[in-house]
Design a protein around this ligand. Sequence first.
Ligand code: GDR
Length: 327
Amino acid sequence: MPRALITGVTGQDGYYLSRLLLSKGYEVFGLVRGQNNPKVEFLRAELPEVKILTGDLLDLSSLIRAIGSADPDEIYNLGAISFVAYSWENVHLTSDVTGKGVLNMLEATRLHAGDDLGRIRFYQASSSEMFGKVQHIPQTEATLLWPRSPYGVAKAFGHHMTINYRESYGMHASSGILFNHESPLRGPEFVTRKISLAVARIAAGLQDELVMGNLEARRDWGFAGDYVDAMWRMLQQPHADDYVISTEATHSVREFVERAFARVGISDWERHVTQDPAFFRPAEVDLLIGDSTKARAALDWRPSVSFPELVDLMVDADVDRVARGLV
Ligand code: GDR
């Protein structure tokens, strides 16, 4: 039975990846920080087979201990402070967790693997946010990184450190440059879930207004369930590498809002939407669209959920939650 260790297991991707690996017969270990994370209870209830270990990306010795007890064949480093807007307010913490945390995981993996460095396969969750002020459209693995947020800078550090461990030590360390990926499990601070939740509540008469930031930003949005499959495929390759994972379509936040309201039968959506400078960012990533040709060819991967399907499935899930009195 292959063994996998997932950091950030209580996040959206941690859930979908755990489910995927369990369905493939893996023994899955999930790293959580501390005792009081309410999302651990959700994971325990939904996927009780996942074995919970404690450790902190900031604490190298805790990571060495966790890797020692899981003794994994594959490590998926999904743990990070992942909300971009928050990263300006917590620059050092974001740099430490999202950036140096990757180094700690790579180092703990290297120390555990000993002489046989190729025996543990390592996945780093890199991000399209690293492209920032985009230098090429669409973005590929070779596009220059020009991050536009402390989060993006920290992810770029982790990305280059992963490549360096691969090249310096021969580790099987791959970096997935994942574009935005969403699901009904997305946290409500991210724009897609903020919209789907508000639209469901407005449709039910529970609230009247959706307060937004920049409606013109464009993103390449896919479904998280598809993207964790790409992570797994990367680690099944004979050689580690870097891959862009994207749908190759871009849409504005405005289009997301419009489609979400349409799903609940509201056409005069402007009546419900206002904008507040508080939700604008000090520096914006205006346009993301990924070229995932390499992943599609080498990993035989492609997304299965289109933009309108994604909006609809998220809105439907929140309409259902509202009907059940959960949100
Ligand atoms: P992003 O995701 O920063 O792309 O990072 P987010 O959903 O937060 O923002 C997307 C775009 O929407 C604009 N926007 C708003 N965003 C939020 N959160 N709230 C608003 O009210 C709002 N109004 C407009 C933003 O300005 C932005 O342009 C996500 C995260 O999952 C990262 O961890 C990941 O690395 C990248 O995707 C790929």
